[in-house]
Design a protein around this ligand. Structure first.
Ligand code: SAH
Length: 345
């Protein structure tokens, strides 16, 4: 019999499973708390549980965790980048950042990615597999343990496309916000998508308080399709219609991500067209000088270009930020550490 992935089970599922083992319901609460508050990685650490029950748990369940393979620490700021190893030997990355309001972790949702964005390091070798909810959670738990901290914010912006692993990501969201566990506020979670339109509608139906980030990166189909293959499946207009409905329904502001690539999407005309396209959508625009990944050949826009672009959006009434780059000395943008470790092998 295959052992069940206990860290991915909801409190209700765990309660039912514990009952099936012939144990009283309060045991489920204890076990859930060991897993999601104390974040132990072994049943043997559950010291208020009898030896006999611990044995039963070992026989029936497995705790899937990630382990630290490598860690890079920035010299300029607090940023730490983790290369985590999974139980099947695959690698993923997470980045821990410190802000005035607390610790934020950027987690991966897949090993690799199949979306094929031209500027992105995570997708160069395609997707290997989805992460389980437990493997997404464990990235948070392991970084907390390693630093003896409590992480208050999570961004689903690491390797992978969260909406391409929809069910496991939804399960992760409900686990990390569970009041019996970490009890993280949904408002402290951001989910970033390259624009998987049908799943944006599914997410809208859930009416969650999280922040949806949409990686837009271009104001028209020609440029966007040249940067992001996903745009050939769902056009900009289809994507922005979904975004408009999303904000109208959830009343939550969308954050549009826009990676500035020199000579590709950074002209004043692009800025003016973008301002027209976003009209009527409750949003914020985040401009990001593209991170130059060797294999992609993308060059970042100059500071003057970004300022001019930003000024046009602001003149049109948009809230714009230019992303401050943390951990630039450790290649903190995702995908690069996993690639370099694969090459070393
Ligand atoms: N698949 C999701 C989330 C992962 S990527 C998405 O596409 O949104 C997180 C963000 O980093 C996305 O906005 C993505 O477009 C951006 N990104 C990827 N590679 C980048 C690079 N080289 N420079 C700047 N931003 C990049």
């Amino acid at each position: 019999m295959e052992k069940r992935d206990i860290l991915s089970m909801s409190f209700e599922e765990l309660t039912a499973a514990v009952k099936e083992l012939g144990e009283p319901a309060f045991r489920a609460k204890q076990i859930y708390s060991w897993l999601h508050v104390s974040c132990v990685t072994s049943f043997d650490d559950m010291t208020n549980i009898s030896k006999a029950l611990r044995q039963k748990l070992n026989d029936n369940f497995v705790i899937f965790t990630v382990s630290i393979e490598k860690k890079l620490i920035s010299e300029y700021d607090y940023t730490q980048k983790y290369l985590y190893k999974l139980h099947d030997g695959e690698f993923i990355e997470s980045v821990l950042m410190k802000y005035k309001y607390g610790y934020t972790i950027c987690v991966s949702t897949q090993v690799g990615c199949r979306m094929g964005c031209k500027f992105c390091a995570s997708t160069l070798d395609g997707v290997v597999r989805n992460l389980t909810a437990s493997e997404i959670l464990s990235q948070v738990y392991e970084a907390q343990r390693d630093n003896d901290i409590k992480i208050s914010h999570v961004v689903l912006m690491g390797m992978g496309e969260p909406l391409d692993n929809y069910d496991n990501v939804m399960r992760f969201l409900s686990l990390i916000t569970d009041e019996n566990g970490q009890n993280m506020s949904m408002r402290h979670i951001s989910l970033s998508t390259c624009g998987v339109v049908p799943k944006i509608y599914d997410l809208m139906e859930k009416d969650l308080q999280l922040t949806l980030s949409v990686s837009l990166h271009a104001p028209d189909d020609e440029i966007r399709s040249s940067m992001m293959p996903v745009n050939r499946k769902w056009s900009i207009d289809e994507l922005l219609t979904a975004c408009k409905k999303y904000t109208d329904t959830t009343r939550r502001r969308i954050s549009f991500e826009y990676a500035m690539v020199s000579g590709v999407n950074d002209s004043d005309d692009c800025a003016r067209l973008l301002a027209r396209k976003l009209r009527g959508i409750l949003c914020h625009v985040n401009l990001i000088p593209v991170n130059e990944v060797k294999e992609t050949g993308c060059k970042k826009s100059s500071r003057e270009r970004i300022e001019s672009f930003s000024a046009i959006l602001e003149k049109n009434g948009y809230a714009v930020t230019v992303r401050r780059k943390l951990g630039s000395d450790i290649n903190a943008s995702c995908g690069q550490l996993r690639r370099s470790s694969k090459k070393e092998e």
